[in-house]
Design a protein around this ligand. Structure first.
Ligand code: GLU
Length: 275
């Protein structure tokens, strides 16, 4: 190769390397801490249909509950302001998610994090970052008062409604296997909890099963909890594993709030009893 060609080769190589570097920098920071600060608004995925945890107020459009307050606390940490300021200045842009959509929204960067009764499981931890657990729950089963269903065994041949992509069906199977219970119900999946509640009221399903915290919001005079508690699980704030800076800030903030009692205070403010 002549000297001139060498020169050209080096220039081309340098340009390619620089382009690659700036591309990866963009990719890495597009939903990283600096990018969020620059944007000035934090995007958070929350439930819209879980009373006390996160419920969208139909009159105002606002999201209200423990998980929304936690979203403000973390957003405040990111932006260097208090949780109250984050709320008053509308620094959080909420997006309603369900059990099926929440993971993909974190993966594709449409939201910065998700706080949505998201159970930490070993499988999910392979894909996402989860903060330390901020709430512990167990699975429950809601049935109509006039259904004649009193025990898990009574669910034999019945239809249990569960949410898509939830842990509920697996936890039922685990409980059955561990306790040698003889019952073969079928499972029907629904996208949202209001749909499940409606299906139970209309007797399209015989039972509605999900985390007890979620079920509490759908308890009324014509239905009741079966007297079982199984499938203990913990909720964590979920973020993209690749956004290490953001994930670390979330994990530290949650841990600090657990340690200084402010997590408990947030729960109590939202009418959640702390066990
Ligand atoms: N918490 C359970 C889960 O993560 C139930 C589904 C839900 O959160 O909506 O699978």
């Amino acid at each position: 190769m002549k000297t001139r060609n060498w020169k050209r080769f080096f220039v081309a190589a340098a340009v390619t390397a620089l382009a690659a570097m700036s591309l990866s920098a963009c990719g890495g920071s597009s939903s990283g801490l600096d990018a969020i600060k620059e944007r000035g608004v934090v995007k958070v995925g929350v439930k819209a249909d879980v009373p006390k945890f996160s419920l969208q107020n139909t009159a105002t459009g606002e999201y209200e509950g423990f998980e929304d307050d936690l979203a403000y606390a973390i957003a405040g940490k990111i932006l260097g302001i208090s949780a109250e300021e984050a709320k008053a200045q509308k620094k959080v842009e909420f997006q309603a998610v369900n059990a099926k959509t929440r993971g993909p929204l974190v993966e594709n960067g449409e939201v910065d994090y998700v706080i949505a009764t998201f159970t930490i499981t070993p499988e999910r931890k392979e894909t996402y970052n989860f903060s330390p657990a901020y709430y512990t729950d167990a699975v429950g089963i809601l049935v109509n008062n006039d259904s004649g269903i009193e025990t898990i065994e009574d669910l034999d041949g019945k239809i249990i409604g569960v949410a898509q992509s939830s842990t509920s069906k697996q936890e039922f199977e685990n409980y059955k296997a561990e306790n040698g219970i003889q019952a073969e119900p079928t499972f029907q999946e629904f996208a949202t909890y209001p749909e499940l509640a409606q299906a139970l009221a209309a007797k399209q399903i015989d039972a509605f099963s999900v985390d007890r915290a979620i079920l509490e919001g759908y308890k009324n005079d014509s239905n009741k909890f079966l007297d079982v508690r199984y499938g203990e699980q913990e909720y964590g704030v979920c973020s993209n594993k690749e956004n290490t800076e953001l994930s670390e800030l979330i994990n530290t903030t949650v841990q600090e709030m657990l340690d200084d009692g402010s997590m408990t205070a947030l729960m109590e403010q939202n009418g959640l009893t702390v066990e």
